[in-house]
Design a binder for this molecule. Structure first.
Ligand code: NAP
Length: 347
């Protein structure tokens, strides 16, 4: 039985990847940080399954900055594959908490690579990099050759970690793959992310809530994909004969406005917009009720522009391409709202 170790197992990607690895017959070990309240809702269905938990799924306490524990878990579990997914994952929030973000997204990766360098049989490693490393790129579609120009502390830390991954691959012969991931969403996305904020509010509003959804720049756009497809690529990368870096993206751009329109339509609410920029509102076309309003409080100090990825290399080397993008992701998220595991079937 092959063994995988995941940092960030309780997160969106960690939970989907755990399901994928268990399906493929792996023993899965996950690092969980100790919190005063339970933070495992996304993997609770796996923990509750006595055939899985304690037999093929094991959790270990350990914060990212606890390198002694990380080393011990690595030595004890001897994983064949290591998926490093943990850390503060919100680019916007990194302006408010830059030091801890950089420690988690940057320095922790260095510590991990240093531990791996000392092991006799280091595992194959996946590092979760981000499109935010490109910041404001000069090319319309970014690929593995596009220069890094990060525009926020999170992007700076991810750029540092990504480059370190390359250095440790070349200088120390470690099998390290960087997945340069564009935004990927699901019903398991944290509620502070704009996509989940929209899908959750759409569902509540359709059920009669009287709230008004507040959003930042409606014309800001992203390359939004579907998380279960991205974790598949993470696994595929580690099965390759040679480690490399890969952009994971849909190649399409969707504005926040379009995402919201699709999510609301999925619950039978048609949005009509009026006003301009920071005074813009979205009304229900049927009743005229205000459902959505722009609040400049949610604008980012610096918004990355033109982030759309080109995954040609991933398609060429391991046949991966995103199947779900933009508005389709919005629909899948709305359909998955409210179910314990956030599962949804795409039509
Ligand atoms: P997520 O849902 O926010 O999950 C983050 C995970 O990291 C959680 O398990 C969290 O634990 C854990 N974590 C945070 N700080 C930690 C610490 N100090 N010590 C130990 N664990 C810690 O993120 P995700 O969407 O699954 O993303 C996975 C990775 O991909 C992240 O590195 C993210 O930056 C990167 N990425 C994601 C996207 C995307 O669109 N999803 C795009 C590009 C890159 P708790 O459950 O206790 O909070």
């Amino acid at each position: 039985m092959r063994t995988a170790l995941l940092t960030g197992i309780t997160g969106q990607d960690g939970s989907y990847l755990t399901e994928l690895l268990l399906d493929r017959g792996y023993a899965v070990h996950g690092m969980v940080r100790r919190a005063s309240s339970f933070n495992r809702s996304r993997i609770e269905h796996l923990r509750a399954d006595s055939e899985i938990y304690g037999n093929r799924l094991f959790l270990h306490y350990g914060d990212l900055d606890d390198t002694t524990t990380l080393r011990r878990v690595l030595v004890q579990t001897k994983p064949d594959e290591l998926y490093h997914l943990a850390g503060q994952s919100q680019p916007g929030l990194s302006f408010e908490i830059p030091e801890s973000t950089v420690r988690e997204a940057g320095t922790a990766c260095l510590s991990l690579l240093e531990i791996l360098r000392d092991l006799d049989n280091p595992p194959r490693v996946f590092l979760a990099s981000s499109s935010e490393v490109f910041g404001t790129p000069e090319v319309l579609r970014q690929n593995e050759e596009t220069p890094f120009r990060p525009m926020n502390p999170y992007g700076c830390a991810k750029a540092f970690a990504t480059q370190l991954g390359r250095v440790y691959r070349q200088a120390h012969g470690l099998f390290v793959c960087n997945g340069i991931c564009y935004n990927h969403e699901s019903p398991r996305r944290g509620e502070s992310f704009v996509t989940r904020k929209i899908s959750a509010a759409a569902q509540r509003l359709a059920q009669g809530s009287s709230e008004v959804l507040e959003l930042g720049n409606l014309d800001s756009y992203r390359d939004w994909g579907y998380a279960p497809e991205y974790v598949e690529a993470m696994w595929q990368m580690l099965q390759l004969p040679v480690a490399d870096d890969y952009v994971l993206a849909t190649g399409t751009a969707t504005t926040v406005r379009q995402f919201a329109e699709a999510a609301f339509l999925a619950v039978g609410l048609r949005l009509e917009f009026e006003g301009e920029d920071s005074a813009e509102i979205g009304r229900d076309a049927g009743t005229g009720t205000t459902l959505l309003r722009v609040n400049p409080k949610y604008y980012r100090p610096l918004d990355p522009a033109r982030l759309v990825g080109d995954s040609t290399k991933a398609r060429r080397d391991f046949g991966w391409s995103a199947r779900t993008a933009g508005s389709e992701v919005a629909v899948a998220m709305v359909r998955g709202e409210g179910s314990a595991r956030g599962d949804t079937t795409l039509g």
